[in-house]
Write a protein that binds this ligand. Sequence first.
Ligand code: F42
Length: 145
Amino acid sequence: MSEYIPSPSAWVAEQVELYEGSGGTEGLTLRDTGLPVIIVTNRGVKTGAIRKTPLMRVADGQNYVLVASQGGAPKNPLWYANLKADPNVEIRDKTEVYKMRVREVSDPAERQRLWALAVEAFPPYAEYQKKTARTIPVLVAEPVA
Ligand code: F42
């Protein structure tokens, strides 16, 4: 078993601890927005350690759309590189945990559709895109049979 390294960002680590520690019954939303969050568990590309990243819950059927927005910061979040290097993840959505594989969405029509879903689920994504020169990566997690 690899070591789990919590996020160095205290509010993120605390959300993961509450969400996972309660078995997916507490800490389910982003701060006071009331909007739902999922927890992505993956491997760090350099350390090989287990990382846990809360993201907004953007569902597309059985799939989840993952938006590497990082609040509109100039650089992609580190989890984006981790998922590109090892796309095998577990996703916790409340009390359910799914094995999934992640791919970056490059087809323009697919990206447009999924971006619209993401903004519908979490409107601030549109503001984050305006804040940054990078095109915010959109990834999709699909169930592993
Ligand atoms: N972030 C988003 O980008 N999109 C969202 O929709 C989103 C929603 C959200 C909801 C709730 C919540 O609590 C947080 C939310 N966040 C969202 C923030 C998100 O969870 C991440 O904290 C944020 O995107 C930053 O991700 P990050 O991977 O850049 O995290 C940094 C702070 C981090 O953990 N850094 C570590 C460190 O020690 O500095 C390294 C982490 C790491 O992955 N290291 C790799 C390794 O090998 O272990 C090496 C990576 C490399 O390339 O160097």
